[in-house]
Design a protein around this ligand. Structure first.
Ligand SMILES: [Mg+2]
Length: 255
């Protein structure tokens, strides 16, 4: 591997699974901080606002400030605010807060964009049908993420990707993805880190969005064997991680 000067870390499946911190993860972050290693956190989680994500991490004991976290909702909200777009949100939890804080007008009445994240139990035929009609009427489809799955407390869960694909199929329009693995998302995180891509490693449990995405941006990719990690996907995805480690607890050892 090339010399690593800083890390981008995924959250879900890397630092925690369900409501449990990955064993050794809190100590590993303290260790990396102690070594003066710059860190930023890039999550495709869309069920919570950034401040809720930060609060949850703090409760688990992680030394992470809210401003060090980049989520797709924050990235999408700043993009929509810049372009003064109105939006309809297909999301759940308090994900709407990131949009409201950015001053986005949220409406069901001919929105400029339909924003879709992992809406969990809010995904209903009715809601997807409403979104489909808005897109057919001219709204742009923005996917906060299009991951296939994520690892919940009791097993694999459908992520936003399958629902994004359904809306694309129904409307014949392609979604713009703002979360990982988009170039813009990783670029924003790298600016925050202050280190060029060649000196950065991305640590994640999704071989496609975390590892493949980071490598396409010029970073190295470190896959962890926690969260949604699957041996069969490692063999079949066509993506070759620069390194595979048992968990984030091993990260301080490779610096
Ligand atoms: Mg993950």
């Amino acid at each position: 591997m090339r010399k690593i000067r800083g890390f981008l870390l995924d959250l879900d499946g890397v630092l925690y699974v369900g409501n449990q911190a990955v064993p050794g993860a809190v100590d590993a972050l303290h260790d990396l901080r102690g070594q003066g290693c710059p860190l930023r956190f890039v999550s495709n989680s869309t069920r919570r606002s950034r401040s809720s994500v930060a609060g949850r991490l703090k409760a688990m004991g992680f030394p992470i400030d809210e401003h060090e976290i980049l989520t797709p909702a924050v990235a999408a909200a700043s993009m929509l605010a810049r372009d003064e777009k109105t939006a309809f949100l297909v999301t759940t939890g308090d994900a709407n807060r990131d949009f409201e804080d950015a001053g986005i007008t949220i409406t069901e009445d001919l929105p400029d964009v339909v924003v879709i994240g992992d809406a969990g139990d809010r995904f209903t035929y009715e809601l997807l049908n409403l979104a489909m009609r808005m897109i057919i009427s001219g709204a742009q489809l923005i996917a906060l993420e299009r991951d296939r799955t994520w690892m919940g407390a009791d097993g694999l869960m459908l992520s936003a990707g399958p629902f994004v694909a359904a809306l694309e199929y129904a409307t014949g329009k392609e979604a713009v993805c703002v979360g990982k693995p988009s170039f813009g998302f990783f670029s924003t995180a790298l600016v925050g880190l202050g280190i060029p891509a060649s000196g950065v490693a991305m640590v994640g449990d999704d071989i496609e969005t975390d590892i493949g995405g980071a490598q396409r941006c010029g970073m190295q990719g470190i896959l962890v064997r926690t969260g949604k990690f699957r041996e069969d996907l490692l063999a079949s995805s066509g993506v070759i991680p620069d390194l595979v480690i048992d968990s984030v607890a091993d990260l301080p050892l490779i610096l």
